[in-house]
Write a protein that binds this ligand. Structure first.
Ligand code: KG4
Ligand code: ZN
Length: 300
């Protein structure tokens, strides 16, 4: 994280080099923590995409070498499916459910009838929710990754200090848009003095965060209503946000909807979610060949 913080975001070439340096160590540590050896493993799941091609290729090459040398199946996992099924690690979520996926690169709503039957209901037309957090943090000079920084700062702030726009909140669509919020935030910040900003920074952060969370809560529960499901899964890096978690659980109780949000470490990118999604695919016989390639763009 430190090497990326220096540049205000992930630098693809640095990321893939770090992957090469660490992948072997990470796999060894995971096996050690589980009290297993490679000989106990019956299949390998690996992320096929979407993502940074260099990093994906490192993972795929490593996974292929394990599958080949141990003669076990290789399962290719969509990163987004990994985020959705992260919810299955701690809960047995019954189908069908609505999934709200909020990460640094994606913001989307899905109707999930089964692990192989997922329908996209809507997605962001411009920035992702996580990107909005990262941008806001950068604009006020607080650095990367913005979500955690804004989250922490907001805890001592007033969410009703300033009203930022809630784009498309009442429109009859499951699409999102966060670029207008980014512009509005930038205009607001550049229009105020440094003294004012310093004094009110936590209030401004909390007001910004509330605008993002308001839209997400509103759209997700509208989808639950429309498709008449009992469960709502919220996952992806932004689902680690404290205020988001609080608001979704509150609304779930009020509307009698079962809300499932993975614990914070399982919301941000992790390998366990790829393992679970791969396990589900393996159960339905979906395996890959050693010709498997990475896809930087790969949607559900
Ligand atoms: O899912 P993720 O780890 O990676 C992607 O697949 O993109 O999500 C990363 C995003 C970043 O934009 C980061 O700022 C955001 O998740 N994020 C948060 C929080 N923790 C991470 N956003 C809001 N509040 C948080 N606590
Ligand atoms: Zn992710």
């Amino acid at each position: 994280m430190e090497i990326h913080a220096r540049y205000g975001g992930v630098v693809p070439e640095l990321a893939s080099r770090r992957h090469i340096e660490t992948v072997g160590f990470v796999v060894d540590e995971a096996l050690k923590a589980a009290g297993k050896s490679l000989d106990d493993i019956t299949a390998v799941a690996v992320t096929k995409g979407p993502g940074l091609i260099g990093s994906l290729l490192v993972g795929i090459s490593y996974a292929k070498s394990i599958a080949y040398s141990k003669n076990i199946p290789l399962v290719a996992v969509n990163h987004l499916k990994g985020h959705i099924f992260a919810a299955m690690i701690e809960n047995d979520v019954p189908y069908p459910f609505i999934s709200l996926l909020v990460s640094g690169g994606h913001t989307a709503l899905y109707l999930v009838k089964d692990h192989n039957d997922i329908t996209l209901l809507g997605a962001t037309r411009d920035d992702a929710a996580g990107e909005a957090f990262d941008n806001a943090s950068k604009i006020v000079g607080l650095g990367y990754p913005g979500g955690i920084i804004i989250d922490r700062l907001s805890k001592s702030g007033r969410a009703d200090f300033h009203k930022f726009p809630r784009a498309m909140i009442s429109k009859n669509t499951f699409d999102f848009s966060f670029s207008g919020l980014k512009t509005s935030f930038r205009n607001y910040i550049t229009g105020e003095t440094n003294e004012y900003l310093e004094k009110n920074l936590s209030d401004i952060a909390a007001s910004f965060q509330e605008a993002v969370v308001d839209v997400l809560v509103s759209k997700a529960f509208k989808a639950v209503d429309k498709y008449n499901v009992k469960g709502l899964v919220v996952s992806g890096g932004v689902a680690a946000n404290s205020r988001l978690r609080e608001r979704f659980y509150e609304a779930g109780e009020e509307k009698r909807v079962n809300v499932y949000i993975p614990s914070k470490a399982l919301c941000t990118d992790n390998a366990a979610m790829i393992g679970v999604a791969g396990y589900l695919d393996l159960g339905s016989g979906t395996t890959e060949y050693l010709t498997l390639n990475a896809l930087s763009r790969y949607y559900i």
